[in-house]
Write a protein of this length. Structure first.
Length: 396
C-alpha cells in the first residue's frame, strides 16, 4: 500500500483535495481525543431504535449484491470503457453465486444490460460512479427485519463529484421498501469492517477528520458505530490522511476472515519503507496487542501484495492489494493482477481462510488503476434468518 496504490480515483483530478497530510500520530485503541459536540441519530418514524440492529459479517448469507455502473467520463476519461468492462466481469463472477443488482443511470441502463448479460439485473437509479460499497446503504438486521444505514456520502470529503451518489443510499432503500437509518456521522461503507460478533475495525484517518466529521471526537464517532452497527468493541488504526481519496479505508488495510482472525495487507519484501508500509506496520502492532469484543486475542494473517517487478507499470493510482476481495454465497471473488506466483499464493491463503468457498480470481486492471478493487465496487444485502415472521420486507 504505497502512494502509487492508494491514490484512489486520482484525488488531484477532482481539484478538491487538500495538500497531502503526514501520517497521523499513532494512537492505541484506548486513546481518547478531545473536542466536538455530540449529535443524536435520526431514525425513520415507526422504526425500531438503531441500537436494536447489528451488522452481520460479510460471510453470512446474502440476499443479493448491489453494484453501480460508472457514469462519468470526467472521472475516468478514456478509461471509462475498460472500467465498465471490469465492472461487468465482477458482476458476472458474483452472479454465479447470488443475485446481482446493478444500478445505472436511465440513459445508460440499456448499454449496461447489454454488457453485463442476462444473469445480472439492471435497475434505473442515477449514480455518478461505481463505488457501491461507499455510496450505497450499509445493511443491518434485527428483530424488526432489515434496515439500511445511510452514511451521508459526501464524495470522500468533497473530493469528487457526488450529486447523484449522495442520494444512492436513500433512493435504493426507497426502491426496495427497506427502512432507512440516517447516521449521525459521515463516512463510507469501505471505512468499516465487522466480525459479526460485536467487533468493528476502522482507521482514524477516514473518520476523525474535518472533511467528513468536523468537530466530532473519536469517542463520539465510536459511540455512533456501536449504536448503528450493534458492536461493543472498536479497534482503531491510525491510517493515512490526505494521501488518497478515501483517507485510507480499512478494507484496503485489514479484514476479518472470521471472528478472532484478521487478514492484513502487507507490502512486498522489496518494497522500500514509506507512509503506507508504516501504516501497515502500525496496524499490525495494534492487532498484536488487541482483543475482540469476546475478549479473544487475534490471529493475524499476512496477505502480501504482488511482486511489482513482475507487473507492467499500471500508473501511480494502481491499487495492488489482494485484501480488497469480496465474500459471497459459496465463494470469494478476488483480484487477479497477472503475477501468477503472487496471484496463486493469495488465492491459496484466501481458500485456507474461507474453507468450503470457491476462490474466483477476476482481472480488474482498469478498476485497480483508478485506485479501487472488488470490495469497493460491491455491497451486500444480508439475508434474514429463515424464522423471522415479523421481519420487514427484504425487497422484491
Amino acid at each position: 500500500m504505497r502512494d502509487r496504490f492508494l491514490s484512489r480515483r486520482a484525488v488531484l483530478r477532482s481539484g478538491a483535495a487538500a495538500a497531502a497530510l503526514a501520517l497521523l500520530e499513532g494512537c492505541s485503541s484506548d486513546a481518547t481525543p478531545s473536542g466536538g459536540a455530540d449529535e443524536s441519530s435520526a431514525s425513520p418514524a415507526g422504526s425500531a431504535a438503531p441500537s436494536t440492529y447489528a451488522m452481520p459479517a460479510e460471510s453470512r448469507p446474502h440476499t443479493r449484491t448491489f453494484m453501480a455502473w460508472p457514469a462519468l467520463e470526467e472521472v475516468w476519461g478514456d478509461q471509462l470503457p475498460a472500467v465498465r468492462q471490469d465492472i461487468a466481469h465482477v458482476a458476472q463472477a458474483v452472479a454465479r453465486f447470488e443475485p446481482v443488482v446493478l444500478m445505472a443511470r436511465p440513459d445508460q441502463s440499456a448499454a449496461a444490460r447489454q454488457l453485463v448479460g442476462s444473469d445480472v439485473e439492471v435497475i434505473d437509479l442515477p449514480v455518478d460512479d461505481l463505488w457501491a460499497r461507499d455510496t450505497g446503504p450499509t445493511f443491518v438486521t434485527g428483530p424488526g427485519g432489515i434496515a439500511g444505514v445511510d452514511l451521508n456520502f459526501n464524495g470522500w470529503g468533497n473530493k469528487q463529484t457526488h450529486a447523484e451518489d449522495s442520494q444512492v443510499a436513500r433512493r435504493l432503500l426507497d426502491h426496495y421498501g427497506i427502512r432507512r437509518i440516517q447516521a449521525p456521522v459521515t463516512g463510507e461503507g469501505g471505512g468499516i469492517e465487522v466480525d459479526g460478533e460485536g467487533t468493528l475495525m476502522a482507521t482514524e484517518s477516514s473518520w476523525v477528520n474535518e472533511n467528513r466529521n468536523p468537530g466530532k471526537t473519536r469517542d463520539q464517532i465510536e459511540a455512533a458505530f456501536k449504536d448503528l452497527f450493534g458492536v461493543r468493541k472498536v479497534i482503531w488504526f491510525t491510517g493515512v490522511a490526505g494521501q488518497d481519496i478515501t483517507d485510507c479505508h480499512i478494507d484496503a488495510l485489514a479484514r476479518f476472515a472470521e471472528p478472532g482472525v484478521v487478514v492484513i495487507h502487507r507490502p512486498g519484501p522489496d518494497t522500500p519503507p514509506d507512509i503506507w508500509s508504516r501504516a501497515s506496520d502500525q496496524a499490525l502492532e495494534v492487532l498484536r496487542g488487541a482483543t475482540d469484543a469476546a475478549g479473544r486475542s487475534l490471529r493475524v494473517v499476512d496477505l502480501t501484495e504482488p511482486d511489482l517487478a513482475a507487473l507492467p507499470d499500471r500508473g501511480k493510482d494502481f491499487l495492488a492489494t489482494y485484501l480488497n476481495y469480496y465474500v459471497v454465497n459459496g465463494a470469494v471473488i478476488m483480484p487477479r493482477f497477472g503475477d501468477k506466483a503472487s496471484d496463486d499464493r493469495a488465492a491459496g491463503i484466501l481458500a485456507d481462510l474461507h474453507p468450503g468457498r470457491e476462490v474466483v480470481p477476476v482481472g480488474i486492471d482498469a478498476i485497480a488503476a483508478g485506485g479501487g478493487g472488488i470490495h469497493c465496487s460491491t455491497q451486500q444485502q444480508p439475508a434474514l434468518p429463515a424464522a423471522s415472521p415479523s421481519a420487514a420486507p427484504a425487497g422484491p
